[in-house]
Design a protein around this ligand. Structure first.
Ligand SMILES: Cc1cc2nc3c(=O)[nH]c(=O)nc-3n(C[C@H](O)[C@H](O)[C@H](O)COP(=O)(O)O)c2cc1C
Length: 184
C-alpha cells in the first residue's frame, strides 16, 4: 500500500517535512510512505488555466494524488491557519469536481509548529478544507508543539510517544483506505 506524504512547508529544514519522514519510518511493514515534492511547482489556482490542458505540474498532482492509496498531510500554522501553498495544492486537487483526485480519497492530517499549540488551528482548517473537497478525513490530529525541540540534528523525532502516535495515524489511515481500495 502506498501513502503519499504532502508537506505544507517549502522550507528546506521544515519540521513538517521531518514529521513526514518520521511517519515513513514509523509505518508498519508493507506500507510505503513516499514524500510528494510537487507543491512548490504549482501555479496559483486560476480557473481560466484549469481547462482541458492544465499545466504539467497540475497534471502531475492529479495523477499522483489519484493513484495513491491514501494521503498524509503535514501542515505548519501560518497566522492561525493553513499556509497558502498547501491550500493552493488542495484547490488544484479538488477539481474537476467529478473525478477529482481528492474525491473519496482517504486522508489524514498531522502538524507541527514552533508555538505551544502544535498547529491545531491549521490542522482543524485543513481537515475542513479536505472534507469540503470530498476527501475522507480519518485519524486523530497530531499536534507537535515546540517543534524546534522535538527533532535531533538528523531530523529524527526525539519523543517515542510522538513516534507511536504517528504510527497510529498511519495505521488508521491505511486501515481506512484498504476497504475503499478493494471496492475500487
Ligand atoms: C508567516 C508565518 C506565520 C506563522 N504563524 C504561526 C501561527 O499562527 N501559529 C504558530 O504556532 N506558529 C506560527 N508560525 C511559526 C511556524 O509554526 C514555524 O515557522 C514552523 O517551524 C513552520 O513549519 P515548518 O518548520 O514546517 O516550516 C508562523 C510562521 C510564519 C513564517
Amino acid at each position: 500500500m502506498r501513502v503519499l506524504a504532502v508537506s505544507g512547508s517549502l522550507r528546506r529544514d521544515s519540521y513538517n517535512t521531518q514529521l513526514l519522514r518520521a511517519a515513513a519510518e514509523a509505518a508498519p511493514e508493507g506500507i510505503e510512505v513516499e514524500l510528494w515534492d510537487g507543491v512548490r511547482d504549482l501555479p496559483l489556482y486560476d480557473q481560466d488555466v484549469d481547462g482541458a490542458e492544465p499545466p504539467e505540474s497540475v497534471r502531475r498532482l492529479r495523477e499522483d494524488w489519484a493513484s495513491a492509496d491514501a494521503i498524509l498531510f503535514a501542515t505548519p500554522e501560518y497566522n492561525g491557519s493553513v499556509p497558502g501553498v498547501l491550500k493552493n495544492a488542495v484547490d488544484w486537487g479538488s477539481r474537476p469536481r467529478d473525478g477529482a483526485a481528492l474525491r473519496n480519497k482517504t486522508v489524514a492530517v498531522v502538524g507541527a509548529s514552533t508555538g505551544q499549540f502544535g498547529a491545531m488551528w491549521a490542522q482543524a482548517d485543513l481537515r475542513k478544507i479536505l472534507g469540503t473537497a470530498g476527501a475522507r478525513v480519518v485519524g486523530d490530529e497530531v499536534p507537535v508543539t515546540r517543534a524546534h525541540e522535538k527533532f535531533d540534528a538528523e531530523g529524527r523525532l526525539l519523543e517515542a510517544e510522538l513516534f507511536e502516535r504517528l504510527r497510529g495515524v498511519v495505521e488508521t489511515l491505511t486501515a481506512e483506505a484498504a476497504p475503499v481500495r478493494v471496492a475500487a
